[in-house]
Design a protein around this ligand. Structure first.
Ligand SMILES: NC(=O)CCC(=O)C(=O)O
Length: 302
């Protein structure tokens, strides 16, 4: 039987120090992505909101229009920067996420919906997939943190699975999406070898849940998981947790950063998923006579 990960591959997570200056963020991302590919990475991930500060008041200010695709350079400088960078670096580039403003002529500019959106480009610079964050980050922990993405953002409506022909399928979702295991399970059961989450947890939930979520999604589904955060900036309004990490199909942390800027490069081994699944054969032990098979559902188109 064909392996789920067809050949071993180096994955890089770029824990970028982001600023309020979009063009600086884009050129700095370029430097770091090229640093990753010089170390042999073929799949490179940027963090959630990698080209802007993270915060509801910033989303409208930094939003770019992506549709109809391809956008002009004026509509989306980030689309073009990522496309050119993927080509220059010769890697699959998961462009973290950016605030997106709905395109088209319909609504007035100020009424157009905003999304938190991730773009994935091929090594030829072609757009392969778009993921709009499905589960918006709305939490309120008294005395600690209140954040309501839904005050300005609209949710996406699909699961994003991407076929990288030489390696196999990956799934991309964004940060808070990781808390919803159904999404991960559906993607894994549809054949993903790797679940990627550009994300920006915070200092309250980060310590408690960041690694736990990553390892849980890996353990439940016996796949690789990568979480890519921005570096922490205590001068910014939102303090990201950092600690970007790669977890293997047996839920072991293969590598992790601290809170500072850094590039984590980790090899994902072909055959490792099968080895783990052979030892603990969840895949043949499910009881769909007792509970439903969630992977029979799932929406893949917006
Ligand atoms: N940007 C986010 O979605 C943050 C999610 C988060 O911090 C959490 O605890 O979940």
């Amino acid at each position: 039987m064909a392996q789920i990960l067809k050949q071993s591959v180096k994955l890089a997570l770029v824990q970028l120090a982001t600023t309020a200056d979009k063009s600086h963020n884009l050129s700095h991302a370029r430097t770091k992505v090229l640093e990753a590919t010089r170390q042999g990475a073929k799949i490179v991930v940027l963090p959630e909101c990698f080209n802007s500060p993270y915060g509801t008041k910033y989303f409208p200010q930094y939003a770019e229009t992506l549709l109809p695709s391809p956008p002009t350079r004026e509509q989306s400088p980030t689309f073009h920067a990522l496309s050119e960078l993927a080509k220059e670096a010769g890697c699959y580039l998961i462009g973290g996420s950016i605030p997106e403003r709905e395109g088209g002529d319909g609504a007035k500019e100020g009424d157009k919906k905003l999304y938190n959106t991730s773009l994935t480009f091929s090594p030829r610079g072609e757009l392969m997939a778009t993921h709009r964050k499905v589960h918006l980050f709305d939490i309120d922990i008294p005395g600690k943190i209140r954040f309501k993405e839904s005050e300005v953002l609209s949710p996406g409506n699909k699961i994003t699975l991407i076929d990288l022909p030489e390696y196999g399928k990956i799934a991309v979702a964004i940060c808070y999406d990781i808390r919803f295991p159904e999404l991960a399970t559906i993607a894994a059961r549809k054949g993903a070898f790797l679940l990627l989450y550009p994300g920006a947890f915070n200092l309250t939930t980060g310590a408690l849940h960041w690694e736990l979520q990553a390892r849980a999604r890996a353990m439940d589904n016996q796949v690789y998981v990568g979480l890519c955060s921005p570096a922490r900036d205590m001068e910014a309004e939102y303090h990201a947790w950092g600690h970007s990490m790669v977890v293997d199909p047996n839920a072991e942390v293969l590598g992790a950063l601290d809170e500072k800027e850094g590039v984590l490069v980790q090899e994902l081994q072909a055959g490792r998923i099968e080895e783990v699944r052979k030892g603990i054969p969840l895949y043949t032990q499910r009881r769909f006579d007792v509970y439903p098979d969630v992977s029979e559902g799932g929406r893949f188109e917006e």
